[in-house]
Design a protein around this ligand. Structure first.
Ligand SMILES: Cc1cc2nc3c(=O)[nH]c(=O)nc-3n(C[C@H](O)[C@H](O)[C@H](O)COP(=O)(O)OP(=O)(O)OC[C@H]3O[C@@H](n4cnc5c(N)ncnc54)[C@H](O)[C@@H]3O)c2cc1C
Length: 462
């Protein structure tokens, strides 16, 4: 029996970067959309399952990726245990902006995943009463240049394009541009989304939640058999999904295969006295502080009446305990300066600072998430490295991993396919998928997503 355990190789650097890039083309084009739901075929059994028994899957990591995976696995009939070492959505998945965009990943390797996930968010919102449960709403999104005002000039001056700027954005702005419409951009409150999805998974589909730290995987004859938690508790499983976010690099087995680093980013949540004045406009800023370098913070008003502002990122060591992540005072102070430069409604006295926080983006070297079965370890899957798009891409990732684990869409040896990246096998897979898509379209109209996803994203890793 092989025992795979966690350890902690971590990289440290310190540079400031923008969190996210938005499209620079003025016209965003909406092309064919992927459908929101996946097929609901009955699951095949693996060789160790008893006839009639459910497949037992342990999902490790209670961020959005783990929770979405647990939700779709359980919905499709698996017996799911979710293991989280701290609390559900305690890290980036609870502290992110929650911004969603249909087409901002277009032209890259996660285009299909992002488009499918944007649509899946919309249908989940219908299913789970998203507007009331977790603040789902479409948004208009603007890019604006904002210059910090001096103490003697509390109100800013506007320039061309004024009519496009909502009235609450009354700082010194210029160059506004619409970069997302209510058709192409939306938002959720990420912590409420993740917890709502998990509550549904627990209440409707029987997911069990265990607070404990994954310490080891037990592997027999190349197949995962159980997970061992800190303190010695063993949970038997037919499959394991590792969705450890930026802690992936602390799990030795994964760290030896690929690098997932943590990029620390800061955010504040403000409560303006007059929330009714704030319209649903997400702002991507080029912010010019007095005496400092330009930076790219983001401002998201929420339907709760709060305004979320994030930015100020730097590579830093990820602490073991998510609860120990705190913001650097200088970064938090800068975000407050952003708020007061954008709007008089966000100045001290006009808005209460409700939250000051920091968390880590899980980043891969090439910026592409790592999703698939771990080579040489049957039944062990990984889903991580979603960087600044984990809230957007969580649902489609979870749905796709669920299909992969339950072998719903096809029955190939994925370790072979993914591990070898053999052109021949990939072609074979593509042919099989084309056959499947045609038959599925006839039976279920909602299978495009899975096919696109397997072709474009899953097969490229490892
Ligand atoms: C400031 C900021 C703003 C962002 N804004 C957006 C946005 O607007 N839109 C968007 O799409 N994305 C956004 N993101 C990105 C998004 O938040 C992340 O990509 C996403 O949350 C990652 O989810 P995850 O589940 O992979 O990781 P995490 O949320 O980090 O979850 C990992 C979980 O695994 C648990 N864990 C770790 N090790 C173990 C172990 N050994 N045993 C058990 N549990 C373990 C941790 O406790 C944690 O709960 C933002 C990120 C940041 C930092």
């Amino acid at each position: 029996m092989a025992v795979i355990s966690s350890a902690s190789p971590v990289s440290i650097a310190s540079l400031f970067r923008p969190i996210r890039k938005y499209p620079t083309l003025p016209d965003l084009v909406i092309t064919a959309t992927s459908t929101s739901c996946l097929s609901s075929l009955s699951q095949p059994m693996d060789d160790r399952q008893q006839p009639g028994s459910k497949k037992r899957v342990v999902v490790c990591g209670g961020g959005i990726i783990g929770v979405c995976t647990a939700y779709f696995l359980a919905k499709k009939g698996a017996a799911v245990t979710l293991v989280e070492k701290s609390s559900v959505a305690c890290a980036a998945s609870g502290k992110a902006g929650g911004f969603l965009a249909l087409d901002w990943c277009d032209g890259g390797p996660v285009e299909s995943l992002a488009r499918a996930s944007f649509n899946l968010h919309r249908s989940l919102s219908e299913e789970l009463n998203g507007p009331d449960s977790y603040g789902y709403r479409p948004l208009t999104t603007l890019s604006i240049t904002v210059t910090e005002s001096g103490p003697s000039s509390p109100s800013g001056s506007k320039s061309s394009g004024d009519s496009m700027i909502p009235s609450w954005v009354d700082g010194a702005t210029r160059g506004p541009r619409t970069i997302g419409t209510t058709q192409t951009t939306a938002q959720v409150h990420p912590q409420l989304f993740t917890r709502t999805l998990l509550n549904t998974a627990v209440e409707k589909y029987g997911v069990e939640v265990v607070i404990g730290k994954l310490e080891q995987l037990r592997v027999e004859e190349g197949r995962v058999g159980s997970v061992v938690l800190e303190g010695g508790r063993v949970i038997e499983s037919d499959s394991v999904v590792l969705s450890l976010g930026p802690w992936t690099g602390k799990f030795e087995m994964l760290a030896s295969m690929f690098r997932v680093s943590g990029l620390k980013a800061h955010s504040i949540v403000l409560e303006p006295k007059d929330p009714g004045a704030i319209t649903p406009h997400a702002l991507f800023l080029s912010f010019h502080p007095q005496g400092g370098k330009a930076m790219d913070p983001e401002v998201y008003p929420r339907p709760t009446g709060e305004v979320y502002i994030c930015g100020m990122s730097a590579e830093e060591e990820v602490p073991d305990d998510p609860e120990q992540i705190v913001g650097n005072p200088a970064s938090i102070a800068m975000l407050k300066r952003v708020g007061k430069s954008v709007s008089s409604h966000l100045r001290e006295g006009e808005a209460r600072v409700k939250v000051e926080q920091a968390c880590f983006l899980p980043c891969t070297d090439d910026g592409v998430p790592i999703i698939g079965e771990v080579p040489g370890m049957k039944g062990c899957y990984v889903a991580t490295g979603h960087s600044c798009w984990g809230i957007l891409n969580g649902p489609a990732t979870g749905a796709a991993v669920a299909e992969l684990v339950l072998e719903v869409t096809h029955n190939l040896d994925r370790a072979g396919v993914v591990g070898a990246r053999s052109a021949c096998l990939i072609t074979l897979l593509s042919i099989l998928l084309v056959v499947l898509v045609v038959s599925y379209v006839i039976i279920f109209q909602d299978c495009w997503f899975a096919i696109e996803f397997y072709n474009c994203s899953l097969v490229r890793r490892f």
